[in-house]
Design a protein around this ligand. Structure first.
Ligand code: ADP
Length: 270
């Protein structure tokens, strides 16, 4: 009897091991499938601006050959495509840095209100058909962080808010402070996100999994990078959304109080 019990126990242990192996195998296969899908999306996303850049350059060359001047729009179009390509490649590089734990932050006190005002100002000429507004509290709000990286966070959120909402839509950025925290919300009146996608939204390759066939361009890396940057600043990011009504992303960062500012970043001796 004892022998039978032992055999049964070891059969059960083997069974449990097999189930675990099967789970790991499925997980690894899914990861590989996502990577392949991502490569497909990334190649496509890189090829589209490259093709259009090539066409613009061809047109410029023809003009040049026939002794005509290159129209300014052609140059502007070419430059926009190059900027877009640099943005895509920068995102790929950032993901690599995050994965290897090599993303460095240059920390200093940052005035969040001014940073947001600059981000909004840079979007206005690019998105004249969206109604962009910024609401700030009384007085400055300081956080400790990397100005360029925080700019990237709000650039990403604003870029999405505009990309996923119709022309004429309002995009509202609001800065508030509450109990030692600074909170920035970016709201749009766009397509919205189904609640069941919230858990995956900030993962790498999320787009590859869901929006492969949509007309919106993108690599699906923006929110992954954004969340990583926010968390590296000791903050968090949340999403609220209703399909067909709009989306709000809220970034919360620890506020840098006046007393702490002096201790952490003493004024430079001139
Ligand atoms: P990308 O925009 O390049 O696909 P992101 O990581 O920035 O990648 O966003 C991931 C996905 O989340 C998008 O593909 C889109 O489906 C969804 N998304 C992000 N922001 C918004 C928004 N403001 N409104 C609706 N959907 C959004």
């Amino acid at each position: 009897n004892c022998m039978v019990d032992q055999l049964n126990a070891s059969a059960r242990a083997n069974q449990a091991q097999l189930v675990e192996l099967d789970r790991l195998y499925r997980q690894a296969s899914e990861a590989l499938r996502l990577r392949d899908e991502f490569l497909l999306v990334a190649s496509h996303e890189l090829r589209t601006p490259l093709t259009s850049l090539s066409l613009t350059l061809e047109a410029m060359e023809r003009k040049h050959q026939s002794g005509r001047e290159t129209p300014r729009e052609h140059l502007q179009r070419a430059r926009r495509k190059v900027t877009c390509l640099i943005g895509l490649v920068d995102d790929l590089l950032d993901v690599g840095r995050i994965q290897r734990g090599h993303l460095e932050l240059q920390q200093a006190p940052v005035t969040l209100g001014s940073l947001l005002a600059e981000v909004i100002a840079s979007f206005r000429p690019l998105s004249p058909r969206h109604h962009l507004t910024l609401e700030l509290p009384q007085g400055e709000v300081f956080v400790k962080g990397d100005e360029a990286r925080l700019t990237q966070v709000f650039n990403n959120l604003l870029d999405n808010a505009i990309k996923y909402s119709p022309e004429g839509g309002a995009v509202r950025v609001k800065l508030t402070r509450d109990e030692g925290e600074a909170r920035v919300s970016v709201s749009d009146e766009g397509v919205g996100i189904p609640a069941e996608q919230f858990p995956e939204l900030f993962e790498r390759f999320f787009r590859a999994r869901t929006t492969l066939a949509t007309s919106f361009g993108g690599l699906g890396l923006g929110l992954y990078i954004t969340r990583n940057l926010v968390e590296r600043h000791g903050g968090r990011i949340d999403v609220q959304s209703e399909v067909g009504r709009g989306t709000t992303f809220a970034v919360t960062l620890p506020e840098l109080r006046e007393t702490h500012r002096e201790v952490a970043f003493p004024p430079r001796q001139e």
